[in-house]
Design a protein around this ligand. Structure first.
Ligand code: CA
Length: 244
């Protein structure tokens, strides 16, 4: 499996090289968009990982130019997390989109998912694991779904609902909410959350975590759902525990 990595940050490229190689990818890395496009014209690859913030050209233009000539799966990786960029990235023909910080394990799982979806040559099954949820408080856990008051998180369908209405969570928001919901009331430290949701090889600023918490609160419609414990982390608070 040939993978073209377009990333100008040496540290990020280095952190991805080993796990990608171990996962069976031959990594060809470029730190400039123009050179990568030239290479792609000469030597097709199986999948492209594209950083949007490149020094010589906008990653969106790189994506557009790749799409003009090729159906190769493109996964956009970026520090920009707002919805506009997300939609634009997908409209440009990217096959998936990941926001930093991201972990190598999840990245590899997403690459494999994209390759499966796009019908590219078969890859080994991914090693994604899920923790066994603890129960307690107002939680109902039937092994696939956790219910906290009006909130249900179904790991089997990867869907969360509030009062029966589906919540439009991003994959990371879903994972984060699911982790907090495993033990409502319990404080999860920032480190635990990063390791669990972004995996241990995360990189990038932890303010991404705060952005995800803000996004979940907005979608749940009440910030009381997730309490920030200053200097420690976050906990999920069931509505029955909210101050009157
Ligand atoms: Ca960059």
């Amino acid at each position: 499996m040939d993978l073209l990595l377009i990333e100008d940050d040496d540290a990020i490229a280095a952190s991805l090289h080993e796990p990608l190689t171990r996962a069976g990818f031959v990594v060809n890395r470029f730190d400039r968009g123009a050179a990568a496009l030239e290479q792609l014209r000469d030597a097709p690859v199986d999948v492209v990982l594209l950083d949007l913030g490149l020094p010589d050209m906008d990653g969106y233009d790189v994506c557009r130019q790749i799409r003009a000539t090729s159906n190769v799966p493109v996964i956009v990786v970026t520090a920009r997390s707002d919805e506009f960029d997300r939609v634009l990235g997908l409209e440009l023909g990217a096959d998936d989109y990941m926001v930093k910080p991201l972990g190598a394990r999840e990245l590899i799982a997403r690459i494999r998912a994209v390759l499966r979806r796009t019908g590219s040559p078969s890859t080994p099954a991914d090693g994604r694991t899920t923790g066994s949820p603890a129960t307690g408080g107002s939680v109902t856990d039937d092994g696939t779904a956790i219910t906290v008051g009006p909130l249900t998180i179904d790991h089997r369908t990867h869907r969360a609902t509030l009062d029966g209405e589906s919540l439009a969570l991003t994959p990371k928001e879903f994972d984060l909410l699911g982790y907090l919901a495993e033990d409502p009331g319990a404080v999860r430290t920032r480190t635990d959350i990063i390791e669990r949701v972004w995996d241990a090889n995360w990189f990038g600023p932890t303010k991404t975590l705060d952005a995800h918490v803000a996004g979940i609160r907005r979608k749940l419609g009440d910030r009381q759902w997730i309490e920030a414990v200053r200097g420690v982390g976050f906990r999920l608070v069931a509505p029955s525990e909210w101050p009157a």
